[in-house]
Design a protein around this ligand. Structure first.
Ligand SMILES: CC(C)(COP(=O)(O)OP(=O)(O)OC[C@H]1O[C@@H](n2cnc3c(N)ncnc32)[C@H](O)[C@@H]1OP(=O)(O)O)[C@@H](O)C(=O)NCCC(=O)NCCS
Length: 172
């Protein structure tokens, strides 16, 4: 699925000097999965698979989880282009936010998004994230340092839950 989605995903993903085919070999994926499990067991990451109509359709991850006085994490997500434009990703991200603010006990979720990424900006804005700043040349994405807008949602921004608030606002 990711191979079929290369044009759709590559402009928004870290490349770290490694080409798309090498990042998508079976061996690379096994290594990624091992690293992801290790980080999850250590409490550093919350990796989720997104399933739609019974099949894998994307991922949502809260990474760089920090405890102590900060209690924050960074959101990342991607969706199979074939199921885009139906609210599937918004629903998945809302569920993950509620999990992170609820049982996991985080206070802040950040989403760093390229200004050009309209669908991703609309997704976080529809869930109530606020834009807090512009990070210059912030991440190495698609082979170059890219500016990112910093969005954040705080636990107290949606006291009754992120999903409940979105559903109440839209009737979805
Ligand atoms: C970012 C990304 C996940 C957003 O996907 P998406 O399909 O726009 O998001 P959703 O699944 O929540 O769908 C929302 C869209 O469906 C529409 N929609 C249709 N029916 C809907 C319903 N019942 N409920 C909610 N939204 C619905 C919404 O209006 C919205 O369209 P709009 O943004 O044009 O207004 C996707 O573009 C993607 O994977 N991009 C490549 C990777 C990427 O950019 N990752 C993020 C890096 S920061």
């Amino acid at each position: 699925m990711r191979t079929a989605n290369e044009d759709w995903l590559a402009p928004w993903e870290p490349s770290a000097g490694i080409g798309w085919p090498d990042r998508h070999s079976p061996a690379a994926y096994r290594a990624l999965r091992r690293a992801s499990s290790r980080r999850a067991r250590a409490g550093l990451s919350l990796p989720f698979a997104l399933r739609y109509q019974g099949r894998l359709a994307g991922q949502v991850t809260v990474d760089n989880v920090v405890r102590g006085a900060l209690r924050s994490g960074h959101l990342g997500y991607w969706l199979d282009r074939a199921v885009a434009g139906r609210g599937v990703a918004s629903l998945a991200v809302a569920l993950v936010c509620d999990h992170a603010f609820g049982p996991v006990g985080l206070h802040r979720l950040q989403a760093d998004i390229r200004p050009e990424n309209g669908p991703s900006r609309r997704l976080v804005e529809r869930l109530g994230f606020r834009r807090e700043g512009l990070f210059r040349s912030y991440l190495d994405i698609d082979g170059a340092w890219r500016d990112h807008l910093g969005y954040a949602l705080l636990a107290e921004d949606a006291p009754g839950g992120v999903l409940a608030r979105w559903q109440a606002q839209t009737g979805h």
